[in-house]
Design a protein around this ligand. Structure first.
Ligand code: ZN
Length: 199
């Protein structure tokens, strides 16, 4: 568990990244950190990309149905319009943002803000996803959270896709993806052309 150290005492801003596979609890962890900032009477704001319309337009909702109000934006640069007077900035589903996001986060951190970014570190083929790799390199604090592989019980770091689609972005929940460990992910992808469709 990530515990903030000297959250109110540090003079400069910084970047935190919470990443992992689907169903690993990234959004829950992001919301937990923002709630703690709220308890500390800090001004926070939460953003998500316009592409993520799964649950609600103006809320971030985690798989355990925690919800928090947010602002939906299409371009990373739009963040800058909303952050005056804000101390803590949360960004969910950051993998869907454009490649300008790391520079925007850097600008915010230099301006003294705490930036908490959550997102998928890998896509459904196990490839580094969008701006997340750059953010991992630039962040002061990185937390990888894990789901549990339903096939073997090991920690799951990959997002296995059942659906027959080569699109990198295919939004969905339980029916389209499952978390898998590296071994079961790799095995599943090898068998894919021969497997039967999931009922
Ligand atoms: Zn496994």
């Amino acid at each position: 568990m990530f515990l903030e150290s000297n959250v109110k005492l540090q003079p400069a801003g910084w970047i935190e990244v919470v990443c992992g596979s689907m169903f690993s609890g990234k959004t829950e962890e992001l919301l937990r950190r923002l709630r703690r900032a709220w308890y500390a009477r800090q001004h926070y704001i939460l953003f998500k990309p316009e592409k993520d319309k799964r649950y609600a337009l103006k809320e971030v909702v985690s798989h355990d149905e925690n919800a928090m109000e947010c602002i939906t934006i299409t371009h990373s640069g739009d963040l800058l319009k909303y952050v005056g007077g804000v101390e803590v900035i949360g960004i969910d589903e950051a993998q869907f943002f454009d490649m300008g996001l790391p520079d925007v986060c850097q600008e915010l951190a230099v301006a003294g803000k705490r930036v908490v970014v959550a997102g998928l570190d890998m896509d459904f083929l196990g490839r580094p996803f969008g701006p997340i790799p750059d953010l991992l390199a630039m962040a002061e604090y990185v937390t990888k959270v894990h789901a549990i592989c339903p096939h073997c019980g090991n920690l799951a770091s990959h997002s296995y896709r059942f659906a027959e689609s080569d699109e990198t972005i295919l939004l969905g929940a339980l029916d389209a993806y499952e978390p898998r460990c590296r071994k079961c992910f790799s095995l599943g992808n090898k068998l894919k052309p021969f497997r039967r469709k999931k009922a």
